[in-house]
Design a protein around this ligand. Structure first.
Ligand code: FAD
Ligand code: UQ1
Length: 469
């Protein structure tokens, strides 16, 4: 029991080095025989399945993050006919990293052991998918084992390409003034870097690729700017947002609201500026001006928050499952694969032309469940997904613009009040309600997004989109 708690307590993952120790102890435990290993796990929690040659499942889910786990919980009643391929011991609730970076939540609020989050009835294959062969309905694992499936759900998230920016990895390793909320390691550097900032240039970046949570690169900027006012260094500093995009946000209603925030807070925004290299020894970040033949422009920094370039996971890019952009090619309303009818996808690794968020995944998981269940019964998938996504745009430690919108970039708001203004209520929902919903409802397969509440709160008057398969 004592060893089990050493392996799994939340406190062990709170501190990064202690987290690594915990993982090492657990890996040692996995080398023990299955009987001894069973002593380390409660029989109510998912246990990694011992490797076995060429197994077969009715539903195989690749990736056990927000999307994969939400879908696994929906199919938990299939029991051992369903498996999740997930290499990581730890499951992260990434949306809270904005608040972790700003020192408003502890890192431990974002993490649980995978074995506790995955449904105990489904098999957990603790390995990586290394090759997809949808013609033969198999996925090859890192161990060399081939797993067969009747139906496949791809939920592998998006890949962080920190190495695509010259000098960035070294800067993250060596310069205490460089941080990134997008990674479980670097998010823990953000608040100390904010505390140590004594003025000068505080720079926040947005890369020239699709990313998850397109609001997060600027949310941390508003929180840091507020913090710099509290610590008295704001008058001696410039707060700069260097973004590859040409607009502050894709939905006009919320972009207009954010422009007012930017003006009132005296933030400098440089559009179409893409970070290409970091020289931490000279504290210089160099940006390519995308509209001026990639002309390079150096910025001195005293604080640098980087949102890295991202792309589809490498193993997907080279698979038959993706379109020309490298993302899993789905019908945007049914979430069924365009070529392989027994394949579905969810979340950040997909081609769905909506903003990549956990909120979007909440809406997608009910649809994957319904349509995959229909296909299993020999029926057709129904067009249901309207692209719903949400981005709680935190602008201060008690303020938030709660953006919600669909494929047409039209607002699709849950509350019967204007969400295009900064509200304390929206901050409360983001900081306190959403984590509860995530861990206790969505991860149990019972949260399909707020559509039902929206209809009730708008007395049935909210729009129901007409969708084509
Ligand atoms: P993930 O949750 O990333 O899971 C992917 C899983 O696939 C991982 O567990 C990984 O280990 C596994 N995997 C990868 N490769 C393989 C492989 N080869 N084989 C098997 N498994 C593999 N969303 C919101 O809704 N609201 C917010 O306010 C918000 N803020 C955010 C702030 C930050 C700083 C960040 C980083 C994200 C934020 N998000 C927010 C986005 C949200 O967290 C993601 O969109 C969501 O977690 C994506 O879920 P997913 O299942 O697609 O991918
Ligand atoms: C949401 O459903 C969700 O999934 C749990 C989030 O994840 C982090 C969100 O941030 C948001 C905003 C939603 C949308 C829900 C409501 C009630 C507006």
């Amino acid at each position: 029991m004592a060893l089990r708690s050493i392996i799994t307590t939340k406190r062990a993952v709170c501190n990064w080095s202690r987290h690594h120790q915990a993982t090492v102890v657990k890996l040692k435990a996995q080398k023990l025989t299955p009987i001894v290993q069973a002593c380390f796990y409660s029989n109510k929690e998912a246990v990694p399945r011992p490797s076995q040659a060429n197994s077969s499942y009715k539903v195989l889910i690749v990736g056990g993050g927000s999307g994969g786990n939400a879908v696994a919980a929906k199919f938990a009643s299939l029991g051992k006919k369903c498996a999740v391929v997930e290499p990581s011991d730890l499951h992260y609730y990434q949306p809270i990293w904005t608040l972790v970076g700003a020192g408003l939540k502890g890192f431990q609020a974002s993490v649980e052991p995978t074995r506790k989050v995955l449904p105990n009835s489904v098999d957990w294959i603790q390995d990586k998918a290394v090759k997809f062969d949808p013609q033969n309905n198999t996925v090859e694992l890192g161990s060399g084992e081939k797993v067969e499936y009747d139906y496949l759900v791809v939920a592998m998230g998006i890949q962080l390409d920190y190495d695509k920016v010259d000098g960035l990895m070294e800067a993250l390793e060596e310069d205490p003034a460089v941080a990134s909320n997008y990674h479980p390691r670097w998010v823990n550097k953000t608040f100390p870097a904010m505390q140590n900032f004594e003025g000068g240039n505080a720079i926040f970046t947005f890369p020239n690729t699709p990313i998850k949570c397109a609001g997060a690169p600027q949310k941390i900027m508003y929180l840091a700017e507020e913090f710099f006012r509290k610590t008295g260094v704001r008058d001696d500093s410039k707060v700069i947002f260097n973004t590859s995009l040409g607009v502050i946000f894709g939905v006009k209603k919320y972009a207009d609201a954010l422009q007012k925030v930017i003006q009132s807070r005296n933030i400098q925004v440089n559009y179409r500026h893409n970070l290409v290299s970091v020289d931490h020894k000279n504290r210089t970040a160099t940006f390519a001006k995308l509209d001026e033949d990639n002309e390079l422009v150096p910025f001195e920094y005293n604080f640098l928050h980087v949102t890295p370039p991202m792309s589809s996971p490498d193993v997907l890019k080279t698979s038959p499952l993706v379109n020309e952009t490298g993302y899993v090619d789905l019908n945007k309303h049914t979430l069924q694969h365009t070529k392989f009818s027994n394949v579905f996808g969810i979340g950040d690794c997909t081609s769905l032309p909506t903003s990549k968020t956990a909120a979007a995944i909440a809406s997608q998981c009910g649809i994957v469940h319904k349509n995959l269940s229909a296909v299993m019964e020999g029926k057709k998938a129904t067009p249901m997904y309207d692209g719903y996504t949400s981005c709680p745009l935190i602008t201060g430690s008690n303020k938030c613009i709660l953006a919600e919108f669909d494929y047409d970039l039209a607002p699709l708001e849950t509350l019967p009040i204007n969400q295009g203004v900064e509200r304390r209520l929206a901050y409360g929902m983001k900081a306190y309600l959403m984590p509860e919903i995530y861990w206790n409802v969505m991860m149990k397969g019972k949260w399909n997004g707020p559509a039902t509440f929206r209809k009730i709160l708008h007395l049935g008057m909210s729009k129901s989109p007409k969708l084509q398969a």
